[in-house]
Design a protein around this ligand. Structure first.
Ligand code: FMN
Length: 350
């Protein structure tokens, strides 16, 4: 019986080809950060309040001024067709069924226009890897805005690909027929590891954000912020939000768990821009701890992928729904009627 995210992960491991499972599950280097992302949640404990009327508990919240059904969004993850033939389309449709946002990765098998057409009604954000081919990137962004996406998530922790040794040990390569229409054609034919290293222009700096803001009318979030200093720079350069993230432990191994970095970023920013966080969220109670430490919402990367591998669109929906049910039950036990009522007073360090 599949009751929680861990159950879906084990089932996905059983069903997937080992190389693909390793690609999804793995992290960089010794995977210290990968493990710590999950463990960080157990270093905080709840301080519930009792005898609060929790007869009616609701999970919706707002992100960038628009309502979603719960404080949890689908993070961008690449190559979803490795998990299921329906890939990104299944994930997007499931996100719509559950009423949350899906963030499409640049490394998808469909263009933004194709995804929007195949999953009408889905609230979509687009995650940008920004190659040195500016013309290509400008056209890509124009397509994103035209397809009705609500925001662009610019991933800033990827000046080069992390060294994922599980993939190297498994000699993992992408299947020949996996298309990647959102990266320049010159990179598509390269071998997997070389191409991954070249999808981003490593010379980008804060100044280039001006170009991005001109090329793209949508709100921009910066994903991969790991310090108060960079969070402030993001706000100063016009970002609508930041995502505290270490890329699920797949980039620089040895950085702090996302949850441990969240308070520093929240403190630096105050109310200036919205702060989201991802990395290691496996339970509704993890979401509540992140909210208590100042996040507006969280994103989940691997959990929907496990759902996708197990059951396509339905599997993703089940994973998102079980997380929403866990959030609702956690709120009830915590004595909070909605995500907005979760404050710093509801948690303490262990
Ligand atoms: C298989 C996989 C592929 C990913 N691909 C991308 C990507 O294309 N772009 C991006 O910004 N982040 C990518 N990420 C990072 C996620 O967006 C997110 O930061 C991370 O998965 C959160 O950690 P979690 O998996 O513990 O929830 C990927 C993560 C995984 C596991």
């Amino acid at each position: 019986m599949l009751l929680n995210v861990g159950d879906y992960e084990r089932e996905a491991e059983r069903l997937l080809d080992p190389g693909a499972f390793g690609y999804f599950a793995g992290g960089a280097g010794d995977e210290l950060t990968l493990r710590d992302n999950v463990e960080a949640f157990s270093r905080w404990q709840f301080r519930p309040r009792v005898l609060v009327d929790v007869g009616e508990v609701t999970t919706p919240t707002t992100v960038l001024g628009r309502e979603i059904s719960m404080p949890l969004l689908v993070a961008p993850t690449a190559f979803q067709r490795l998990a299921h033939p329906d890939g990104e389309v299944a994930t997007a449709r499931a996100a719509a069924e559950v009423g949350t946002v899906m963030c499409q990765s640049t490394l998808s098998s469909v263009t933004p226009a194709e995804l929007a057409a195949a999953a009408p009604g889905t609230r979509l954000w687009f995650q940008l890897y920004w190659s040195s081919d500016r013309g290509f990137t400008a056209d890509l962004l124009a397509g994103v805005a035209e397809a009705g996406f609500e925001a662009v998530v610019f991933t800033v922790d990827f000046p080069a690909a992390g060294r994922r040794e599980r993939d190297l040990h498994a000699a993992f390569t992408l299947p020949e027929d996996l298309v990647t229409p959102n990266i320049p054609g010159s990179l598509r034919r390269r071998d997997f590891h070389t191409a991954l290293g070249e999808i981003v222009d490593p010379t980008l700096t804060w100044r280039d954000l001006e170009w991005l803001r001109e090329a793209c009318p949508l709100p921009i979030l910066l994903k991969g912020i790991l310090s108060g200093e960079d969070a402030l720079l993001a706000a100063e350069h016009g970002a609508a939000g930041v995502i505290v993230s270490n890329h699920g432990g797949r980039q620089l191994d040895g950085v702090a768990a996302s949850l441990d970095t969240l308070p520093e970023v929240v403190e630096a920013l105050g109310d200036r821009v919205e702060v989201l966080v991802d990395g290691g969220v496996r339970r509704g109670t993890d979401v509540l701890k992140a909210l208590a430490l100042g996040a507006r919402a969280v994103l989940v990367g691997r959990p929907p992928v496990w759902g996708l591998a197990v059951g396509g669109q339905q599997g993703v929906r089940e994973v998102l729904e079980l997380l929403r049910a866990e959030i609702a039950l956690g709120l009830t036990h915590l004595g909070c009627r909605s995500p907005a009522e979760v404050t710093r007073a509801q948690v303490k360090p262990k």
